[in-house]
Design a protein. Structure first.
Length: 151
């Protein structure tokens, strides 16, 4: 019997994935019901929907939090993984550190804005401000940790 021992290892791992909680520091979580017919993805900003307990991914209303990734809720909508379907009830982080994907290069301490398309940016023009700051340097399209402060 031959035993193979792994001898090659990655030297750099991805820092996080959209919706992954960044650490165990003080956090606050809430839940709401997805109103959008297309659903909402992990790591996306969620805003107040049309009902009291509803959420939408469309910026412009009150920011509720960022959708937390939950392996128990991984589903598919239109063959897209990690999208929670309409009427599901995801957890949202409204205070604490969470990973999102940035649409521009960012540095620590910059304010966080959400574009009309739902992307995270440090650009204020025509975008919705959320109560958060970028916590680290990241390139376009990279996972980055943001800190959300409770409103």
């Amino acid at each position: 019997m031959t035993i193979t021992i792994q001898s090659a290892y990655l030297t750099d791992y991805q820092r996080g994935m959209p919706g992954m909680l960044a650490d165990g520091a003080t956090q606050n979580r809430i839940s709401r019901t997805v109103e959008d017919a297309a659903g909402i993805a992990f790591g996306k900003a969620a805003f107040q929907g049309t009902t009291d307990h509803g959420l939408t991914g469309t910026p412009g209303t009150k920011f509720l939090g960022v959708v937390i990734a939950d392996v128990g809720l991984i589903t598919q909508v239109a063959a897209s993984p990690d999208i929670l379907p309409q009427y599901s009830t995801p957890s949202l982080l409204d205070m604490g550190d969470i990973f999102v994907t940035t649409s521009v290069a960012v540095t620590p301490g910059q304010p966080v804005f959400v574009t009309p398309g739902g992307a995270f940016t440090n650009v204020s023009t025509s975008n919705t401000a959320i109560p958060a700051t970028f916590r680290e340097t990241a390139a376009i399209g990279a996972p980055v940790r943001i800190r959300i402060v409770q409103q």
